[in-house]
Ligand binder design. Structure first.
Ligand SMILES: C[S@@+](CC[C@H](N)C(=O)[O-])C[C@H]1O[C@@H](n2cnc3c(N)ncnc32)[C@H](O)[C@@H]1O
Length: 251
């Protein structure tokens, strides 16, 4: 997990050999933090079953090969994609409660990935896979148009400081890639606990002609019943932040 942005110093410059450097500005700072022995063991043991792309071993976020998701899941079911799933509470709940769908999650933080693998194994779920990869890179290079019935982005790093706003993942280019990756009728579901980011999301998403806001007043939707409370949302609530949910449909 990247540290809370308000506590971040200027991000360290990426090494020239770092693959994700190629796209320039990243929406995360990769800080390994503590990975428990159990999470590291889950990564080694469960990657062949649940992992997409290379086993995340070192500091770098590696590029993904093209993925044939129907072949990987062994069926053609509606697909969900969660971007930056953190500790994976929503990804695991979605896989558990919607067995008719398959779910893919992307997260750059290895301990979170290890934690999700442990949960997926514990619950015996087979309809979820995870990648330890930059979701933006994945959308840019590895996804056929119309692949997903649902894309989820909840509590993305808000990058509070004005000089860091360019690091926010929700940008016109990202939104266009999301619109392309969604099937017609597919949903883009977002949440944030940072009011200025919620307004930024509205501005950017309203500028994408292939997406229509499902809010009756063109702003926010009620909290979806299937969105579990995550550690990040809880932290925002403790700080007194108001949470905004957004939902857009692919025209
Ligand atoms: C504030 S946390 C929220 C985690 C989770 N979505 C939740 O609701 O609890 C944001 C997460 O997005 C991840 N992240 C940021 N940019 C990413 C990217 N381009 N690709 C994959 N993960 C990313 C970070 O590592 C971090 O874990």
């Amino acid at each position: 997990m990247s540290a809370a942005p308000e506590t971040l110093a200027e991000p360290a410059p990426a090494s020239a050999t770092e693959p994700s450097r190629v796209r320039g500005i990243r929406s995360y700072v990769r800080r390994e933090g503590r990975i428990t022995e159990a999470q590291a063991d889950a990564l080694r043991r469960l990657w062949p079953r649940y992992g997409l792309g290379p086993l995340p071993e070192g500091e770098h976020v590696l590029p993904l090969p093209p993925l044939d998701l129907a072949a990987i899941f062994g069926r053609r079911a509606a697909l969900g994609f969660e971007i930056g799933f953190g500790n994976g509470e929503r990804l695991v709940q979605a896989a558990l409660t919607r067995p008719e769908m398959d779910f893919v999650g992307a997260e750059v933080h290895r301990p979170g990935v290890g934690r999700v693998l442990q949960e997926l194994e514990k619950l015996g779920l087979d309809n979820a896979r995870v990648m330890c990869a930059d979701a933006v890179e994945f959308l840019r290079s590895g996804v056929a148009p119309g692949t997903f019935a649902e894309i989820v982005l909840q509590f993305p790093d808000p990058w509070h400081k004005t000089r860091h706003h360019k690091r926010r993942i929700v940008q016109p280019e990202f939104t266009a890639m999301v619109a392309t990756a969604l099937a017609p009728g597919g949903r883009f579901r977002l949440a944030t606990d940072w009011a200025p980011y919620a307004e930024h999301m509205l501005d950017v998403l309203n500028g994408e002609p292939r997406l229509r806001n499902l809010s009756p007043d063109g702003r926010f939707v009620p909290r979806p019943a299937d969105r579990p409370l995550t550690r990040f949302e809880n932290r925002g609530l403790r700080l007194g932040h108001e949470v905004a949910d957004l939902e857009f449909v692919r025209i």
